[in-house]
Ligand binder design. Structure first.
Ligand SMILES: C[S@@+](CC[C@H](N)C(=O)[O-])C[C@H]1O[C@@H](n2cnc3c(N)ncnc32)[C@H](O)[C@@H]1O
Length: 262
C-alpha cells in the first residue's frame, strides 16, 4: 500500500505547476476502499473532492464518479488531474495495478449563486447578485425554456417552442402593461410572464382576460420548483442531461449565464 508521502510526490509529478496538498491520500488506499465497497460501473460520490484522488482512482477502476468542490481546487487540481487520467498521461498511483491506459470523460458544472436570499425582514427575495440576464437565464432553466433573448422583441427572452416564449422582469406589472404585452404576443403565440407582482387584476381575471399569457410571481415560482419536506432527497442521476460532445475534449458546460465557463 502506498503512503501519503508517495502520493504527494506522485501528485507533484503529475501537476508540477500547482501547490499540492500537505497530505494527499494515496491512490492505493482509495483503491482498497473502492474495491471493497463498489463494483465496476457504480457511482462514487466525493462531495469534498480536494485534489480529486477519489475520483481519479474511481475513474481508473472503471467506476463512474461525482465530485463536488467548494474551493479553487476544482480548477487548479481536479480538472487538470482528471484530464491527465483520461488522456492516459498519469503514470502514478494505481495506474499500473489497474492496467489503466486512459479513456472516458467527464462533465463539469459550475454552480450559480443562490437565486433567492432573505431580506432583513426574513422575506425571500431575488439575490441581489443576479443581474437581469442571469435572472432570465435562471428562470428559463427552472421553467424548461431555452435562454435565447431576441434582439428584436424585448419580451422574448427564451422559448420552449416556436410559439411559446418567456419574459422575466423584477417589476410589478400593471393591468395596462399586461394588456399591452398580450396584444404584442398576439393570438398565435403564448408567453410565460415571470414578474415580481402584478396589480389591477386577480389571477382569475388575468387568465380570462389574457389567455395567451401565463403570469407567475418570481420568488413563489422558484420556491414551488424546490423540493421541501421529503424524507428522501436521492439524486436522480438517471435524468442528468447528456453531454453533446465527448467530455474528455475539454469538458466545460454550456454556461448557464451565457459567458465562457471556466
Ligand atoms: C481533505 S479534502 C478531501 C480530499 C478528497 N476527498 C480526496 O479524495 O482527495 C477536503 C475538501 O473539501 C472541500 N470542502 C469543504 N467544505 C465543502 C463544501 N461544503 N462543499 C464542497 N467542498 C467542500 C475543501 O475545499 C477541501 O478541498
Amino acid at each position: 500500500m502506498s503512503t501519503n508521502d508517495e502520493a504527494k510526490k506522485s501528485l507533484i509529478q503529475l501537476l508540477p505547476d500547482i501547490s499540492v496538498f500537505d497530505n494527499p491520500k494515496p491512490e492505493g488506499l482509495l483503491q482498497r476502499v473502492l474495491h471493497i465497497a463498489t463494483n465496476p460501473g457504480d457511482l462514487v460520490l466525493d462531495s469534498f473532492a480536494g485534489s480529486g484522488t477519489t475520483g481519479a482512482v474511481a475513474h481508473k477502476m472503471g467506476r463512474r464518479w461525482i465530485m463536488v468542490e467548494l474551493g479553487e481546487h476544482c480548477h487548479t487540481h481536479i480538472v487538470p488531474r482528471l484530464q491527465k487520467v483520461i488522456d492516459g498521461q498519469d503514470p502514478g498511483g494505481v495506474t499500473q495495478s489497474t492496467g489503466w491506459q486512459g479513456g472516458g470523460g467527464f462533465r463539469y458544472y459550475e454552480l450559480a449563486p443562490t437565486l433567492l436570499s432573505t431580506d432583513r425582514w426574513g422575506n425571500l427575495v431575488i439575490n441581489p447578485e443576479y443581474d437581469a440576464a442571469m435572472l432570465a437565464a435562471a428562470m428559463c432553466k427552472l421553467e424548461g425554456f431555452t435562454y435565447a433573448p431576441s434582439e428584436v422583441l424585448w419580451w422574448q427572452q427564451g422559448c420552449s417552442s416556436e410559439r411559446d416564449f418567456i419574459y422575466v422582469t423584477t417589476q410589478t406589472l400593471s393591468a395596462e402593461q399586461l394588456e399591452a404585452l398580450s396584444n404584442e404576443v398576439g393570438e398565435e403565440r403564448s408567453l410565460l410572464v415571470c414578474c415580481a407582482a402584478y396589480r389591477g387584476v386577480t389571477a382569475t381575471q388575468a387568465a380570462e382576460r389574457w389567455p395567451n399569457l401565463t403570469i407567475k410571481k418570481i420568488p413563489k415560482m422558484v420556491k414551488d420548483r424546490c423540493e421541501w419536506g421529503h424524507d428522501d432527497y436521492s439524486l436522480n442521476v438517471a435524468n442528468l442531461p447528456m453531454a453533446q460532445k465527448p467530455a474528455a475534449e475539454g469538458a466545460a458546460q454550456d454556461d448557464l449565464f451565457g459567458g465562457d465557463a471556466p
